[in-house]
Design a protein around this ligand. Structure first.
Ligand SMILES: [Fe+2]
Ligand SMILES: [Fe+2]
Length: 471
């Protein structure tokens, strides 16, 4: 197939990539995971800092219990990554309840769904939300024949996938097991395996109590959180752990830190990783974490399946064609994998919508590059990556979003990613259209070259496609 020559509008000299990635300094793994945990908070519909604050609670309990360094290290990352599987069931939640998955998940965290009355009240509140009482009753009635089976399925998908993702990042088994059993309850009525008492891994019991206390503290305050812990002691939670929590709760410093702003919390969390076991995020580890998060991002919607990996593949092909250095090529791969991390904050009702978006829905979608930028900016060494991700929906003529800046003023790395992003999206199935052929996608991009996308980056993509370096 002939796709034509690159557009010679910019010479290659203007296509030197600025350094965008983490090659310039050492990254601590706790800093990287702490920052990315913000993306998991987005997906769960909870306040930013939820995972970090859950980590403060669980690690303080672990210290009081005298747990050893190795166990505390496993717990530390289990608490930060406990929601790694959360995007895998987002589309299911939306489909099941016909409502915004983010708010449905938030409300579920405030519900004791093992109690029939609370489960029905929750179902009535979220099922078909916005559709009037009768519509909600109808939706709930449609779900009723399945009993608790759908809920079990939702939890099983989330926990199993979360454990797999943590394995992908090379964390120890104890961390993965804590995440897999996060929703097991002391009385055996939890999910996915109905484990009971000490059958449930200790770290999972600590994480379950910590995350629930944090959700109630954030929504209703410390007294409500402690009342909930006492009420659910022996049903949801290990009574011995509730006692530890009640002791820890007497410390003023404990609540002061939980109430602090996110940067203060982040700094406090960074001191909690056992020093002897502290991980440095070398390039191999960073690659694994980026690939794992790309899968978390892509799992959010059936229509973005492998999008981030695809964008990374095309961005690398363009970068190689343009003679970026090996370090810059790798940086483009990271930018491709993580550019849409902010999409975890877009409800599936909007992401998977088959019809045209309303103005309000479009605004929500347009926020995602800003979220990507904010999340990646929290890792000091990723500030360049954050800037590349921030502009991946900008255009050469300045009519893109969210900043509305002219991409022609930006370095090559910033102009490469939008071409890779649009090409991958055009050649993938979407709710509102079938995937385009390679030829059709390139021809559409060519029509936009010089006003929408960078002609030189597009030319490089065409050359790579023509040589068969990517497909
Ligand atoms: Fe995007
Ligand atoms: Fe994208």
């Amino acid at each position: 197939m002939r796709l034509g020559k690159p557009f010679p509008i910019w010479d290659k000299g203007s296509m030197n990539a600025a350094e965008v990635g983490p090659s310039r300094q050492t990254v601590r793994l706790s800093e990287l995971i702490g920052a990315l945990s913000k993306a998991l908070d987005l997906t769960e519909g909870v306040a930013f800092g939820h995972a970090l604050r859950s980590c403060l609670i669980g690690m303080r309990m672990a210290a009081v219990m005298g747990l050893g360094d190795e166990v505390r290290s496993a717990l530390f990352y289990a608490l930060l990554l406990k929601d790694s599987g959360c995007s895998s069931n987002a589309a299911m939640v939306q489909e099941m309840f016909l409502t915004d998955d983010l708010s449905a998940k938030h409300d579920l965290k405030m519900t004791d769904w093992t109690k029939p009355l609370q489960a029905v009240r929750y179902g009535l509140m979220v099922a078909g939300r916005g559709g009037g009482l009768m519509a909600r009753v109808r939706r709930l009635a449609a779900l009723a024949p399945g009993g608790l089976a759908p809920a079990k399925q939702l939890v099983a998908v989330r926990c199993t996938r979360g454990a797999e993702i943590v394995h992908m990042m090379s964390f120890p088994n104890q961390t993965a097991e804590a995440i897999r059993s996060l929703d097991e309850h002391w009385d055996g009525r939890g999910y996915p395996d109905g484990l009971k008492g000490e059958q449930i891994p200790l770290l999972a019991r600590i994480a379950c109590l910590s995350q629930t206390v944090e959700v109630f503290r954030a929504s209703a305050g410390p007294d409500a959180a402690l009342a909930m812990a006492r009420r659910r002691s022996g049903t949801w939670f290990d009574p011995a752990l509730v006692k530890v929590l009640l002791d820890v709760a007497k410390e003023d410093e404990f609540w002061r830190l939980l109430d602090a702003d996110r940067p203060v919390v982040m700094a406090a969390v960074s001191t909690l990783e056992p020093a002897e076991m502290a991980y440095i995020a070398d390039s191999d580890r960073i690659d694994k974490v980026a690939l794992a998060f790309a899968q978390i991002i892509d799992a959010k919607s059936p229509y973005t399946y492998r999008h981030s990996e695809g964008v990374a593949k095309y961005a690398v092909a363009i970068a190689q064609e343009l003679d970026f250095s090996p370090a810059q090529v790798r940086e483009m791969q990271l930018a491709g994998l993580l550019h849409d991390i902010g999409k975890l904050g877009v409800p599936n009702m909007i992401l998977d919508k088959a019809g045209p978006l309303t103005a309000e829905e479009r605004d929500v979608v347009r926020r995602h590059p800003r979220y990507s930028c904010e999340i990646l900016s929290e890792v000091e060494a990723f500030s360049g990556l954050a800037d590349v991700a921030a502009v991946h929906h900008e255009r050469i003529d300045g009519k893109g979003y969210y900043r509305g800046v002219a991409l022609s003023d930006y370095p090559a790395a910033h102009r490469t990613l939008p071409v890779a992003d649009i090409y991958e999206a055009l050649t993938a199935n979407r709710p509102y259209r079938e995937a385009m052929s390679q030829e059709a996608a390139v021809s559409l991009l060519r029509r936009d070259a010089g006003t929408g996308v960078c002609p030189h980056a597009l030319g490089a993509l065409e050359a790579a496609l023509e040589k068969g370096e990517v497909a």
